[in-house]
Write a new protein. Sequence first.
Length: 387
Amino acid sequence: MLKRIYHIALRECGIMWKNPIYGFCMVIFPIVIIFFFTSLMSAGVPTDLPCGVVDADNTTTTRAMIRKLDAFQTTKVVSHYQNVNEARNAIQKGDIYAFLYIPEGTTSKLMSGDQPKISFYYSNVTLVAGGNLYKDLKTISTLGSAAVGIKKLLAIGKTNQEISDFLQPIAIDLHQTGNPWSNYNVYLSTTMIPGLLMLFIFLITPYSIGTELKFKRSREWMAMADNNPWLAIAGKILPQTIVFLTIFYGFEFYIYYILGFPHPGGIIPILLIGLLAVLSCQGFGIFIFGLMPSLRMSMSVCSLWSVVSFSVCGATYPAFAMNPFIEGLAFLFPLRHYYMIYQMGILNGFPLTDCWFYIMTLCIFAMLPLFTVKNIKKAMLLYVYIP
């Protein structure tokens, strides 16, 4: 039995060597994706996002407010505009992501105790840029009124401690867990890149089986396994599993031990999640081909399944906040369970017993071929490839 698996695996290595699709989809493209996405967000947090200012008041106080805004790490004041229409046109052209509007008489109203209104406008077409600029613009608006309040309180003889207690009665002591730097590379690369690697596994698995029918090698393949579909599948998938595991573990070593992404959970969850990711995607790909023994249809379903998983995995939008039907549907996608194991067992360092459900679900995905492997044997021996 082992000898048959070995010879089928050697045959598969020869097929993979001769067909450049395997090299590109299993090695070259995954490596390019890993370095592309991790270098794309290498700064961690976007900085110097372009912002505009419409300062109709143009006093010492408002100019100091604009300098403080420009001093923020995220914001860079790149232009001053004469009116709101010019600034709005600049946002629509994509020259800036936001602008601050300070109307005439703002400083005098502040000093007289009135409540002047300053406005800020930001574009959420680019969600990250809009969100970060909104935070800085809101902060500077609060600091502007606080600066005037400090001057008035000093003028009437209040101490610094009294002023601090009055302006900020509740001090926030913020401690972010897991990712204290708010590093977008840690947030996104740890889920997006595995999702893309799983996409390649989803596609290559049914492709490698379907091409046996397409190139009329299916009977030869089954004959080498003595018409045992389990041996045939094991021999064919084994080389792919080794290559994909190597890429997956190389990716994990790169992000956790070279780039230094936080992983308080340790090495065991990292190794386990890589193995489960590869086997679950391969099991799903084999299952889908057995369900519909057509190269075109099986690859289409697998590609659709992998692409939709980015939306429902919960990495960018929490699954519990989705429609209950979509939340339940999310459990049918391996990337959802990968993400849950990652955030619980690796990022937050909880014991693996806390994510046993997601581990078992990925194991079930890996065992799905149990239901369709006989149909694969029938297809290989009897079906004729239809383009």
